[in-house]
Design a binder for this molecule. Structure first.
Ligand code: SAM
Length: 239
């Protein structure tokens, strides 16, 4: 499998992705603001507006990291379980929740490829900027389907490729040159940001990814592009 532009074994990829997020966890939120000029906040707002969390619903925020998406959903009264493979990211998330006085969140270390939750446990499953880091994506999508109840909704926010003429090129140059440099200054870890940029470049285009979601058993799948598809909101239903 690919880890950035290198070929490694699946276990090695999972190990290296773990290293990336442990290394950046403390500076992760600051880096998101710097790299996206604050835009990631708007993308997450828009994503949660699509999810439409209702009070009392049970939502699994997979690869939830430091809690950005989970907090937005909990503020609307949903019971959110934040699950992530990386305990360092979860630790930062728990601290942030405490600072904000947010209650009603559950935190759990989980690998998206093999969840410990029972079948039909959740009303909705969300994964934001997480799926491209997962080693076995089809396995994670099958697990998402399994833990959703019938009528449950699946939502994924992820980078893709913009169709806007010129914009994709500008972004490509920005991301390959500037992001690792910002990463170097802020986290002293240029390599991790090289991986993150490369993983965005290698992630399947939105139509291909939509088909992967459909192949995992989801119905009425759709892809909503943002900035011409630079970022995309995927959704599907377990019927
Ligand atoms: N959802 C958060 C957000 O939007 O700010 C965090 C996104 S962060 C770019 C990606 C997260 O995916 C990291 O916290 C990482 O630990 C997690 N991750 C990577 N592989 C995973 C896996 N196999 N299972 C669960 N989480 C995983």
């Amino acid at each position: 499998v690919n880890f950035g532009d290198q070929l490694v074994s699946p276990d090695e990829k999972t190990r290296r992705v773990g290293h990336v997020f442990s290394s950046v966890a403390r500076r992760y939120d600051l880096m998101n603001d710097l790299m996206s000029g604050g835009l990631h906040r708007r993308w997450k707002d828009r994503f949660v507006a699509r999810v439409k969390p209702r009070a009392g619903e049970h939502i699994l925020d997979m690869a939830g990291g430091t809690g950005d998406v989970a907090f937005r959903m909990a503020e609307r009264g949903a019971h959110v379980t934040v699950a992530d493979i990386n305990s360092d990211m979860l630790a930062v998330g728990m601290e942030r929740a405490e600072q904000r006085g947010l209650k009603g969140l559950a935190w759990k270390q989980e690998n998206a490829e093999g969840l410990t939750f029972e079948d039909s446990s959740f009303d909705a499953y969300t994964i934001a900027f997480g799926i491209r880091n997962v080693t076995d994506i089809p396995a994670a999508l099958k697990e998402a389907h399994r833990v959703l109840r019938r009528g449950g909704r699946f939502f994924c926010l992820e980078f893709s490729t913009s169709d806007w003429p010129g914009f994709a090129d500008i972004y490509d140059r920005y991301s390959s040159k500037l992001i690792p440099r910002i990463g170097k200054v802020v986290t002293r870890d240029e390599e991790s940001y090289r991986y993150l940029v490369e993983s965005i470049r290698r992630f399947p285009k939105s139509e291909k990814f939509r088909r992967m979601i459909a192949d995992s058993g989801f119905e009425r799948t759709s892809a909503e592009p943002i900035l011409g598809g630079l970022v995309c909101i995927h959704s599907g239903w377990r019927i």
